[in-house]
Write a protein that binds this ligand. Structure first.
Ligand SMILES: Nc1ncnc2c1ncn2[C@@H]1O[C@H](COP(=O)(O)OP(=O)(O)OP(=O)(O)O)[C@@H](O)[C@H]1O
Length: 736
């Protein structure tokens, strides 16, 4: 990174610049210097000593640049979102400055960017496809022809080849294979085959024969769609989905008429078990837990117990199938599910079969390892994983530059950006919509490069009304391009076609969540890329990923920012463009400042927007506090510079008392004798909170983001992926 040499690398022609400089080996002296820097940085956290000037920063900006920037932007900002006069309420401490106020330097006083660790990792890989056709299985001819003609699939994937015969034999199974490898059909085909072959023909009124549990509503819809297609020739078998967001009454009516293959989120099913007379499980032959490790997780524990008790009370003889890309036997053992002599299916095992040429390559390449060492999660071969280390002040412009690069200046790019809470999604969605879309995109179309593509922003999180959630899901599914901002609600199971990039703007809380997030791209043998954004104090996370056999290569922040030289909307003082001269570090710096000013002016344009940004920052801090203990040495609020962090929310200064009240509360709690009792309650609370992110929609009285409301933020939400209790204090907007 720039920290190593102290100067920004020469920025080549912008088109060729971005992402050409991944992980280049550095000279030894530079490495030594960077290692020393890293030690210093770790000791001092992200907050630098007041007088220290960052070597990592760009060359010092001339004083006039920001002034000029302000002038350039003033007009633009007014044309885009018309900043209002700051109202009385906006005059909170330092936040009272008018839009267009001087933007403090983005490039001074940043912490050094440490050289990233480069652990040697042999990633676990699986072979996706086999050469075997579905005809090789003992399936009903109509089912085979439906797979061939309706689903347009001919050969089986590895996980299908291994799982379908085992499940057709009637065995219980734990199935693990990489994301996007076809696990849905691996269980749907045996279910349909076995139910259509039942001697006494299934009647709709019999009720459910198969119960499929999935963690999110979108996944429920997606699985329902697959089952429905497979059932085309077997019209007497009725599938149905219970997923919340829909009127309870209509679901009850459908249950009364009869559903034979029932797909549901756990929370919604529990609600019906408690309140719907007609629901019964007398006929259950199959219990499937898709994304089983998530469903067995803390957040669903209570719901799952209710469901299993209800099912066990009425039927004992059934097949149980647990599937996930990150299912370990350890996780499965925790399940209070009476698995009967289960078969453990892992496609990785097949890679070790010396009869396949690829496996031979694998065996040759990897020395014998202990069993647990082989336990890394497989990552699709077509997935290129990147990481960028960005000082907190530059996070926002870096994200924006990346989005502009991919979605404005490249064709057919579909990007998913993961955030740790609903509030963060909502804040960034609104900010980008109001600045990048109506800002740079709408300014003067004649000034846009002819190669640019209009930006399309979408957002998905649990605080949206179900109607909008479904619409967004459908829209993004069918779009050729677009940027989806989301929480971990979209991390599991969703099969969104042709996603090209996954950005993790907030690091995930576990390696499993990392795998699932990146798994939304490079599915079923396709190619895709991912980018993880880390702060300098979080660089150690690369080692944590490596310990789970996850290998990321470094992208330079400067390379991402250099795209701004393509976009004359961000022209700085000197007004040069790529056409007239080569873009240098100074120009990149100026343009980044223009972009940051655009964000800050929007945020400071009204009381409402300032307060939205503060809430989002608080939500970030709360989510940051929920990282599990084993990651606390990397992700600890103490390691963040809150003033710099505030800048990444478009705030010119850190709001006062940001953490103080939370810390005060914590200290007070420590003195209180009833703390232990409270701890149990807070565990339950966390379960509620986690469930809310994956809510099934029976919730009442919660704060939902209305369709038209692009400015106001939703109720505070914690990271959906947290597996470990933390002090997140979200509202209970989405409990089932
Ligand atoms: N045999 C096949 N041939 C071609 N495409 C297939 C085949 N089986 C499944 N697919 C397609 O592969 C994609 C991924 O399948 P699926 O969603 O079932 O993956 P998954 O393993 O469940 O992923 P995740 O772990 O992310 O949930 C889907 O678009 C599906 O239609």
């Amino acid at each position: 990174m720039a920290a190593v040499s102290g100067v920004l690398p020469q920025v080549p022609e912008p088109r060729a610049a971005v992402f050409r400089t991944f992980s280049k080996p550095r000279p030894a002296h530079a490495r030594r210097q960077a290692a020393a820097t890293k030690r210093k940085c770790q000791a001092s956290s992200e907050a630098p000593p007041a007088k220290r000037r960052s070597k990592a920063s760009f060359l010092p900006a001339k004083k006039t640049a920001a002034k000029e920037t302000r002038r350039t932007l003033k007009g633009k900002a007014q044309r885009t979102f018309s900043p209002k006069k700051p109202s009385a309420g906006a005059r909170d401490g330092d936040q009272e400055r008018k839009p267009g106020a001087k933007t403090s330097s983005l490039f001074k006083n940043n912490p050094e960017i440490p050289e990233l660790p480069r652990p040697v990792v042999k990633q676990v890989q699986e072979k996706v496809f086999t050469s075997d056709a579905f005809q090789a299985l003992d399936l009903h001819p109509h089912l085979i022809s439906t797979i061939n003609t309706v689903l347009k699939m001919s050969s089986m994937t590895s996980v299908q080849k291994q799982s379908i015969p085992v499940l057709l034999e009637g065995r219980d199974a734990l199935v693990r294979s990489q994301t996007g490898s076809g696990k849905t059909l691996a269980y749907c085909i045996p279910v349909v085959q076995s139910l259509q072959a039942m001697q006494s023909k299934i009647q709709r009124g019999d009720g459910p024969y198969a119960l499929i549990l999935v963690p999110t509503r979108e996944l429920a819809l997606q699985s329902f769609d697959t089952v429905q297609k497979l059932l085309k020739p077997f019209t007497w078998i009725v599938p149905g989905v219970l997923m919340g967001g829909e009127k309870r009454k209509s679901e009850k009516a459908r249950l009364r008429k009869g559903i034979n293959i029932l797909i549901s989120t756990p929370g919604r099913l529990v609600d019906h078990i408690k309140s719907t007379k007609n629901i019964h499980f007398r006929q259950i032959r199959w219990l499937i837990l898709d994304e089983a490790d998530r469903i067995l997780d803390l957040g669903f524990e209570k719901d799952l117990t209710v469901i299993l008790n209800a099912v066990n009370a009425e039927c004992q003889e059934r097949q149980n199938v647990l599937l996930s890309a990150t299912l370990t036997e350890g996780v499965a053992r925790l399940a209070d599910i009476s698995l009967h002599d289960p078969v453990s299916i892992s496609v990785l095992d097949e890679s070790h079969d010396v009869s396949s040429p690829e496996s031979e390559a694998f065996l040759e390449a990897s020395p014998p390892q202990a069993t647990d060492e082989l336990d890394g999660f497989a990552i699709p071969a077509g997935l290129e994983q990147h990481v960028v280390v960005v000082p907190s002040k530059l996070r926002l412009v870096c994200l924006a530059a990346f989005i502009l690069q991919k979605c404005k200046f490249e064709r057919d790019q579909k990007v998913i950006v993961f955030f740790s809470s609903c509030e963060l999604v909502e804040f960034h969605y609104t900010l980008f919509l109001q600045t990048l879309l109506s800002g740079s995109g709408a300014l003067a179309p004649e000034h846009l490069p002819s190669t640019s593509t209009p930006l399309k922003f979408l957002r998905l999180h649990s605080a949206l009304e179900q109607e909008e959630r479904t619409a967004v899901f459908q829209d993004f599914t069918h779009s050729k391009t677009g940027i989806l901002f989301c929480t971990d609600i979209a991390a599991r199971g969703l099969d969104l076609p042709q996603v090209t990039w996954i950005v993790q703007y907030n690091a995930p809380s576990s390696p499993a969540e990392y795998i699932h997030r990146i798994g939304r791209t490079a599915r079923i043998g396709c190619h895709g890329s991912s980018l993880l954004v880390l702060a300098p104090s979080e660089a150690e996370y690369v080692n944590s990923l490596a310990s789970h056999k996850i290998n990321v290569s470094e992208v330079k922040m400067e390379d991402i920012l250099s795209v701004l030289t393509k976009d004359d909307c961000f022209k700085g003082r000197r007004g040069g463009s790529q056409k007239s001269r080569a873009a240098g570090p100074q120009e990149i710096r100026e343009r980044a400042t223009v972009l940051q000013t655009l964000f800050e002016d929007y945020v400071h344009s009204s009381e409402e927007t300032v307060s939205g940004a503060k809430k989002a920052l608080q939500s970030f801090i709360r989510a940051y506090a929920t990282y599990p203990r084993e990651l606390k040495h990397i992700f600890h609020i103490r390691l963040l510079h809150l003033g710099h962090m505030a800048k990444s929310f478009g705030l010119r200064d850190a709001p006062k008392n940001l953490c103080a009240s939370a810390m005060k509360k914590k200290k007070a709690n420590l003195k209180r004798p009833d703390l232990q009792r409270k701890k149990t309650q807070s565990k339950q609370r966390l379960a509620e909170i986690l469930r809310s992110e994956y809510a099934s929609g029976m919730e009442t009285g919660g704060t939902k983001v209305r369709k038209q409301n692009t400015r106001g933020g939703p109720a505070s939400q914690p990271r959906g992926a947290a597996r470990t209790p933390g002090p997140a204090s979200a509202s209970a907007e989405g409990t089932d």
